[in-house]
Design a protein. Structure first.
Length: 173
């Protein structure tokens, strides 16, 4: 199964859970900040999936020119939530709430040590132990399984940038 098939499968999975969450939210009379985050986070995961296949470019922040890992995350959060995240994966890793691996939800950020320094790589969690990221020169945005030995050995942690954090981040007009 190639990455495009996996991406489509995950897209349908996330879309189905998004539809379910939307129905659940509509049924609630009062919506908590966490409910709003869950809907936004699923939208972020879907948006990130739309960039599978876009080429890698160091310092890249757009689908037209390519992405690096933090550029992909910044673009998805900027376009999806209107938030300007810091430029580097290390700086992004200081935002939000620390999340245990077993509590990950679509839209959470996952961090890895890929350059012999902590938090040197970031991706967006999709669910089912998979994440989307812009890997390295010569590569393209793709989906990976966090259970692969490479990623398991390099996992640094995860963060959730919830709606509560919006006030502390620069928002676009």
């Amino acid at each position: 199964m190639n990455f495009r098939h996996i991406a489509l499968s995950l897209c349908f999975l996330v879309a189905a859970s998004f539809a379910w969450a939307s129905e659940e939210l509509a049924a609630e009379k009062t919506q908590t900040i966490f409910d709003r985050y869950a809907t936004s986070a699923q939208e972020l995961a879907l948006r990130a999936l739309s960039f599978v296949g876009v080429g890698y470019r160091r310092g890249g922040e757009s689908p037209e020119t390519g992405f690096d890992c933090s550029g992909l995350v910044r673009h998805v959060f900027r376009e999806g939530l209107g938030l300007m995240l810091p430029r580097t994966s290390r700086d992004i890793s200081r935002l939000g709430e620390n999340i245990n691996r077993d509590a990950l939800q679509p839209g959470d950020l996952v961090f890895f040590n890929t350059l012999r320094r902590g938090f040197s790589h970031v991706g967006i969690y999709l669910g089912e132990n998979r994440f989307v990221h812009a890997p390295a020169s010569g590569g393209e945005v793709r989906i990976e399984d966090m259970r692969q030995n490479y990623w398991t050995r390099r996992f640094n942690g995860a963060r959730r940038i919830a709606a509560v954090d919006v006030g502390s981040l620069k928002q676009l007009p």
